[in-house]
Design a protein around this ligand. Sequence first.
Ligand SMILES: *Cc1c(COP(=O)(O)O)cnc(C)c1O
Length: 403
Amino acid sequence: MTDTVKLAAGRAYLAIPGPSVIPDQVLQAMHRPSPNIYAGALVEMTHGLVPDLLRVARTQHNVAMYIGNGHAVWEAALANVIAPGDRVLVPGTSHFGCGWAEMARGVGAEAELLEHGTHARWDLQQVAHSLKADPDHRIKAVLAVHVDTSTSVRNDIAELRAVLDEMKHPALLMVDCIASLGCDRFEMDAWGVDVMVAASQKGLMVPPGMGFVFFNDKAEAQRNTMSRVSRYWDWQPRVHPEYYYQYFNGTAPTHHLYGLRAALDLIHDEGLENVWARHQRLAQAIWTACELWEQGGGPLRLNVTDPDLRSHAVTSLHIGSPDGTRLRDWLEQNLGLTLGIGLGMAPSDTPDWHGYFRLGHMGHVNGQMVMGMLGGIETGLQALQIPHGSGAVEAAARVLAAR
Ligand SMILES: *Cc1c(COP(=O)(O)O)cnc(C)c1O
C-alpha cells in the first residue's frame, strides 16, 4: 500500500500581508462577555488608547478611531479635508496608490495619478513638476502610500515632504501607513506628515474592523474651512467627544478595543524601536534566502531589487506562471502554510497573475516563524521541482544568528 503522508495538521500559519497573526494575548483579551458601553471600564480604557496610539505614530496631535477597514479610513481622511472639485496629487507605486486615488474621485475630487511603475521609487521631479503647474493651489492634498503592499516598495516620506516645502506648496501631506505602522520606522511629526491612516489588522495585530486617522493642527484647520463634512466620517466629535457615543458615532467596537489595548501593550512593552529593529532583521533574513533562491538559474525574483526600497513587513516575489499559484496551493495543502496572492502586478484574469506571490511578515512574527516560513518555501520548491539556488535557509539562519 502506498500512502502519502499528510503534513498539514498542526497549527496553521497565515503568512499573508494582512490580516496578520493575532497574538494569544489579543485573542484572550477579546474573549469576554459584552461590557457596559455607557460607563465603567470600557469607557476608561478607550480614553487610554489615544495616547498609546499617538506614540505608535510618533505624533503629539490627534487620532480619530473608526469602525471600518483600510478603505474606510481612506474615505474618512478625504471626507474631512477634500471638497468636491478640489484636486489631489497621487504619486503611485501600484495598487494601493491607485486605490486611494479612486477613493478621492469618489468624493468628487480630481485626482492626478503619477504612475511610477511597480519596482521603483517615486519620481520626485514629476511630483515637483505637478506642484509647479498649480500656482493657484487647487491641489489640496498629496496622497502617498508609505509601503505599497502589492509591490512591497517602501517610499521615502521625508523626501516627499521636502519637495512640498521646496515648492512652498500648502497641500496637506496625507500618508497611508496601513501596511507599515508598527513595522517600518514612521515618524509622523518629524517627517511633517499632516494626515496618516492606519488599520487594525496589519502591524497592529488586531482583527480587521478598526481604522485610524491621525491628523495635525494644519489638517484640522483645513477641516474647519470645509463648507460641510459627512456626519459619519467627521473626525471632530471623535477626537473631542462630549459623551462616549461620539468616539464611534454609535456603538463602540467593544471587543476590538480590548484587543487593541492588549496589542498596544505588546508594542510598548517591547519598545517601538525594538519592534522596528525586529522587523528589519527578519526582513533581511527573508531577502537573503530569496536572493540565494534566485541563483542557480531558478525563476524566483524579488520584486524590489534595491534593499533601501524594500518594506520590512511584506515581500513581493515573481516566480513565473503558474508556479506562484502552484507553490501557494502546495504549501497550504501540504504544510499548513498560507502565502499571499500576487496583487497589482498582473491583471487577475490573465495567466500572468499566477506568477506572483507575497510573504507577509508584519506584526506578531518572530525568528522561528520566519525560519519555518523559509523552510516551508524551500520544501515546496523541492516538491514541485522548481529550480532554485541552494543554501538559502542556511544563509537566513546566519542573518538571524549574527549579533
Ligand atoms: C491593506 C491595505 C489597504 C486596504 O486595507 P483594507 O483593510 O483591506 O481596506 C490599503 N493600503 C495599504 C497600504 C494596505 O496594505
